[in-house]
Design a protein around this ligand. Structure first.
Ligand code: SF4
Length: 512
């Protein structure tokens, strides 16, 4: 094993690699956390000799921007087996420009958009993670979260790995690199390394000769394979199908849980390396995280979310004048509710689509004025109306309360709320940044208490059964632990204690 990390060396890197001034290294938007679970990451990979792989990756990441807005990175490999890397803090459009992309030559690439779940928000933690091996560098982009980082990190340090970040993603990269340096090829090395990784991981990995795509045995996070239009021997990997659509690639299939695919000169080869694969796709991907134009479980997520709204209308009707959705993610379910109830759908909240995540903090006055930087109520639609508002989830309840107040201030005579998922009562350990359990409003309060706290005239959630029926699939094929506490991958006690109320209470009990 080469005992230093490539970021300490510039021989394989253009001058721009990993560059960012210290003053912008920590993203101030972190202090302005939204009241929603945050998706961890988007990954993208492409093998396409003769094509502009850096630009393709840029656009793939652009489509996956909703999966992580704190940092972005692209690594390309050229025909001399050199890796070229650029990564930085901010949105994909802030990190890259034409000049930077021109400095990323090659025939294959991987890219990443990140929202930190493990590791702080610093450029050194941005991905792809690069690790040197005897077969050349490896660049790895990871979506998910390992639950055994304490053990794995310690083992890797004992094996003289020079971990320079605090991310589980770098640990996976080093675990693969170690196996390569024992004499294995890329595939055997990856398969050996996966045996040491517990938790959720969907990976796009670049090597000098090909790219690899892999999912953990439960396939918690999504990963799809596409082919370039007009050239079915050129392959693309993406977290969601919207990452294929943007570059004109055609969806081929999902990477299966417990599958590793190798894509190189010989085409695509598949290896099912786990004997215990059982799909447990994150149901929250379908409800909220993934883009509505992406396809999962053979249907568009827009259709699934419409279906959630229809089911919600059957379960929890209301006597109101109009149905509105909280933009953007609550809108399909609101339309579905309207279709089944016969109550007219209206746009009652307008989203400022260009506000994004700004690095400039709002003034104190703006902060106090509430949510209007993002959502503005339409007075002429709302005045004098009994309004039913549909949202996809309530986490802490702070934003819901502000929106309800804004609707009343705009003239709504009654505000009722319907949620197109069950109450979120448990934190996620598999790559979604939810608050600890004591911050989740539904973990500590009844529906009636939440109703009072957010000041709505009525509140109802979709049932757990209704949420799963709408998938049209066997419910056992999904993870829904944040609604039930039934975690499909075992979580070590110290990790549980970091986020669960019960475990916190236990941990404070004196020993003996
Ligand atoms: S715990 Fe919730 S957010 Fe996390 S993977 Fe399971 S369903 Fe998704």
């Amino acid at each position: 094993m080469i005992p230093h990390h490539p970021l300490s060396s510039d021989e394989h890197y253009p001058a721009s690699a990993g560059s960012l001034s210290e003053s912008t290294e920590v993203n101030p938007a972190l202090s302005n956390r939204p009241d929603k679970p945050e998706e961890a990451c988007g990954v993208f990979g492409v093998y396409a000799p003769g094509e502009d792989v850096a630009k393709m990756t840029y656009f793939g990441l652009y489509a996956l921007q909703h999966r992580g807005q704190e940092s972005a990175g692209i690594a390309t490999f050229d025909s001399n087996a050199q890796v070229h890397l650029h990564k930085g803090m901010g949105l994909v459009s802030q990190v890259f420009n034409e000049t930077i992309l021109e400095e990323l030559p090659g025939h294959l690439a991987v890219g990443h958009t990140r929202y930190s779940t493990t590791g702080t928000s610093r450029v050194v933690n941005a991905q792809p993670a690069i690790v040197p091996t005897r077969l050349g560098p490896l660049a790895l982009a990871h979506n998910g979260n390992l639950v055994n980082t304490a053990v794995l990190g310690q083992e890797l340090i004992e094996q003289k790995c020079n971990l320079i970040t605090t991310t589980d993603s770098e640990m996976i990269a080093w675990a693969i690199g170690l196996e390569v340096d024992k004499g294995k090829d890329w595939l055997d090395a990856a398969i050996s390394a996966f045996q040491r990784c517990k938790g959720a991981y969907s990976l796009a990995i670049a090597t000098p000769t090909g790219i690899m795509g892999a999912r953990d045995p439960n396939g918690i996070r999504p990963l799809v394979i596409g082919t370039l239009e007009g050239n079915p021997t050129r392959y693309v990997l993406a977290s969601e199908t919207c990452g294929l659509d943007i570059i004109g690639a055609e969806y081929l299939r999902d990477v299966e849980p417990g599958e590793l695919v190798w894509i190189g000169e010989e085409g695509l080869a598949s290896f099912h390396w786990s004997q215990a694969s059982e799909r447990k796709l994150c149901i929250f991907e379908m409800i909220y995280f993934a883009r509505p134009d992406s396809i999962m479980c053979n249907e568009s997520l827009y259709s699934y979310r419409l279906q959630l709204g229809r089911q919600l209308a059957k379960e929890s009707p209301a006597d109101v004048d109009i149905v509105i959705g909280v933009p953007d993610s609550g809108i399909p379910a609101a339309i579905g509710f309207s279709q089944t109830s016969g109550i007219p759908y209206a746009e009652g909240l307008i989203k400022n689509r260009y506000v994004g995540r700004t690095f400039i903090q709002p003034t104190q006055h703006m902060r106090e004025s509430g949510i209007k930087m993002k959502l503005n109520p339409l007075k002429d639609v709302l005045t004098g109306k009994k309004v039913l508002m549909v949202d996809d989830s309530i986490v802490r309840g702070t934003t819901s309360r502000k929106i309800v107040k804004a609707l009343r201030d705009a003239g709504a005579t009654e505000v009722h709320m319907r949620i197109s998922s069950p109450p979120v009562t448990h934190p996620c350990f598999y790559g979604i940044d939810t608050d600890s359990q004591d911050q989740l409003i539904a973990a500590t309060k009844s529906v009636a208490e939440i109703e009072a706290q957010i000041e709505v005239d009525s509140l109802a959630y979709l049932s757990w059964e209704g949420m799963l029926i709408a998938t049209g699939e066997d419910p056992s094929r999904f993870c829904s632990a944040c609604f039930t506490g039934d975690y499909p991958i075992q979580i070590p006690d110290p990790v549980k204690r970091s986020k669960l109320i019960m475990e916190k209470a236990l941990s404070s009990t004196p020993a003996g």
